[in-house]
Design a binder for this molecule. Sequence first.
Ligand code: ADP
Ligand code: ASP
Ligand code: MG
Length: 407
Amino acid sequence: MALIIQKYGGSSVADADKIKNVALRIAKAKAEGNNVVAVVSAMGDTTDELIHLAQQISEYPEEREFDVLLSTGEVISSTLLAMALGNLGCKAVSLTGAQAGIHTDSNYNRARILRVNTERIISELNKDNVVIVAGFQGVTSNMDITTLGRGGSDTTAVALAAGLSADMCQIYTDVEGIYTADPRLVPHTSKLDRIGYEEMLEMASYGAKVIHPRAVELGELYNVPILVASSFSDTPGTIICKEASMDMEVKNKVTGIAHDTNVAKITVVGIPDRPGVAMTIFEPLARANISVDTIVQNASTEKITDLTFTVTQDDLYKAMSIVEPVANSIGGKQCVADSTLAKVSIIGSGMQNTPGYAARMFHALSEQSINIQLITTSEIRITCIISRDSVKDAVQVLHRAFELESV
Ligand code: ADP
Ligand code: ASP
Ligand code: MG
């Protein structure tokens, strides 16, 4: 009997009818002779609504309470789905993340799964139950509830697939797979049959929110192939798996374009250009668990320099409150924040060691008169930071420039 992990995202369980549709799909997989563990997200925009509610009470809610609040969205959808399966005569039990044995560190709001204790799930499967797990949440060693970061239910699913050595991990969503760019932004995107973990991780980390980056990381680490497909149709979808070496040799192109509008920039103006200054600024940010992306320091002539870096827009307030006093203490003139930015990235393992991609990207952006503020690269990615207003034009022009309409 195969063990399948299925994950259904928020839009797939957005109302009672959609939950019933998901129940039918799960009951079918079960009737075909599989053991099924289904991970669910919160219904529709529930998580956004809970965030909004908390912010009406407190502008910066206490992190522990905030995570308990957010975790309730997934608890609601998991119970409703278990009821819908019961109505179909399919035995099902819902479990919270804690009940399902998802143990995390205590970084509220962005916790990482440390281990999965699969005992309870296995005992429920042995009773012939379909197990419905509330995604996006776990529990610390102190039994406090944590959440895994926006989109984190994907990570719950892949972690369970790894922990249970499942035969398959299927992520069902509102698009039919992974496309060469966000199909909601670009007309004529192409669906990929498969994509390697490495490329998918870059896509997801740089804004392709179709899958949570940590889910891809875990998939690669534990060698779990992940299917991304639609919960509304039976079209085949995209497999995220190891890149076959043959493909790597023949492939010499950009695989996809990612964009991210959750970007802010901080510039620390007029700081001394001497050893230890970067450490003084970035150490407290790291201690506060703020992840810093692009970092640029101007070459100084007068031993005074400017330092610019990006954080997520969500972290901007916290980052500024840390950096401003530090910058003052080392004689900085001022800290300037800009939260009107976006990142646009081209990604492809075929770019490795091949010249010309950056020039082609900059050419395409310049033809649209899009100003590049910062640039960052990895071996298989080039990212430009641009104004948020231009992001749609940028993704569309790059999609055309790299001939992704017919892959
Ligand atoms: P779910 O609620 O199922 O987790 P998400 O909204 O998190 O769904 O992710 C699905 C969305 O990801 C799609 O509706 C699409 O707009 C977006 N997306 C961004 N980039 C891509 C891409 N390259 N391929 C497919 N979808 C993408
Ligand atoms: N409900 C959470 C969110 O909206 C987690 C998820 O959907 O994966 O981010
Ligand atoms: Mg998602």
